[in-house]
Design a protein around this ligand. Sequence first.
Ligand code: DON
Length: 573
Amino acid sequence: MRRVVFTALLGFVLSLSVFADEVAFIQYQDRFHPVLGQGGMVVSQEALASRVGADILAAGGNAVDAAVATGFALAVTLPQAGNLGGGGFMLVHLAETGKTIAIDYREMAPARAHRDMFLDNDGNVDAQQARFSALSTGVPGTVAGLIHAQQHYGSLPLKRVLAPAITLAEKGFSVGYPLSYSLQRAQPRLSQQSAARAYFLTDEGSALPPGHRWVQKDLAATLKRIARHGADDFYRGRTADLIVAEMERSGGLISHDDLANYQVVEREPVVGSYRGLEVISMPPPSSGGIHLVQMLNILEGWDLAAEGHNSAGYLHRLIEAMRRAYADRSKYLGDPDFVQVPVAELIDKAYAERLRDGIDLERATPSSEVAPALKPIAESPQTTHYSVWDEAGNVVTNTYTLNFSYGNGIAVSGAGFLLNNEMDDFSSKPGAPNAFGLLGDEANAIEPGKRPLSSMTPTLVLRDGVPVLVTGGPGGSRIITSVLQVILNHVDFGMNVAEATAAPRIHHQWFPDAVDVEPGISPDTINLLRAKGHDTRISGWAIGRTQSITRQQGLFQGMTDYRWPGGSAEPAR
Ligand code: DON
């Protein structure tokens, strides 16, 4: 009998320890928990599209297959940011070789674009032209980028990964509240052009209501042509003809040659380190990776955990790091195929130390006193991010966009998709802020064939060469700072990915010299920051919408950012 009891007890203790080992990351004190899952995970801002990717994983596809399928599905189900007519950036981490590839499919300026194209007769920037006209459209890169990823790193046929998006467009899906709400907000813009009106509004010209079964026949036909002819259809075939015809109708610049000359570029990712972890992110023409690593370098010199999460001492350090990084962004960053970007210098730890030494821990430094510091070498907007991780350890982190929600509101008649207004990400005039209030200089001036500077920051964090966190998000200039805070929350403050996502965020971008603060930061803390000289203001819109996954002991933990409804983390099983 005693033996039986002993064996039972031993079994119980053993099972407890196995159990404890498997779920050690679940903490009773955590207030938010991520979605857990096995077999892989897809997190995106729209649940149908997340499911599309997770089903591809469950069917034996790898992370790239799932990412490409999700990318095309979002073009159907999340039209404000998922797209065929925009561009973006993707990191692919391959488990077998440990290599991470940065795929740049950012839009390119058409050949007829020129430096002063958005200046009016008085030499001022004409924001209407730069943001809402057909001139604001850069040559789209999304189709080329997704297909490039698929062909080089996917394992399933292109037709297979496009099939779910085609079905969603052809058979339709039920419009949810988030989509209906976002269409309502964009209704004034979408009602300006007949094709956009026909595709995205009811016959009476209002937003598609919740519950409406939305079929997109022209988009389904475009996706089918892409499935049949690959990127050739979009850049040289029928879709190219439709895009050029739309340009002629709407007064845009994109020609057949511009489309045929579009190039996807594989680049070396930006690689940094933070407290012994490796941080891999997007290189120029995105500013995201460089300034993420630069801010981490500055912050690494302080014991942030000792300050306390979102305390005034912590936030002061964060703000001062942000201020200095965004000052450099305005000066040194642009398309590396056109300007020499001092990547190594900007992410150098010694440079960060110099910047850190210049930070007064008691007082805010006015932005007017912070100049780009390298020794000279010479509306509610919307983007969307998704993260994919497969069982084998391959990871994809992808951010793509039309720039604003619904881009410039101009749809390609007959093709069923919207065009971007990414040309506004160029600096139309030195010193004149773009739609995100960002300042730029010569390095980001408009030139034919050049890519506008971006803030998109698809990011991967690794420990000993093994991915531990994948993240990224939309938010214009706030992308870099929201990704930064997810990483700090997880690494310095030990938060799980759900808490790291939910915690209130702040943002500073050098100019305007003000700190945007999300509700949830204590008024006492805000008072302490004000006493140090920070001009704080409660942010009118959420700071970023990250889509992140961590993996611990083989188990995936995914978290969509509930700063926008309708997203989901979907495990493969
Ligand atoms: O590339 C960029 O940085 C911008 N076009 C991104 C725009 C954006 O994130 C809008 N979303 N909230």
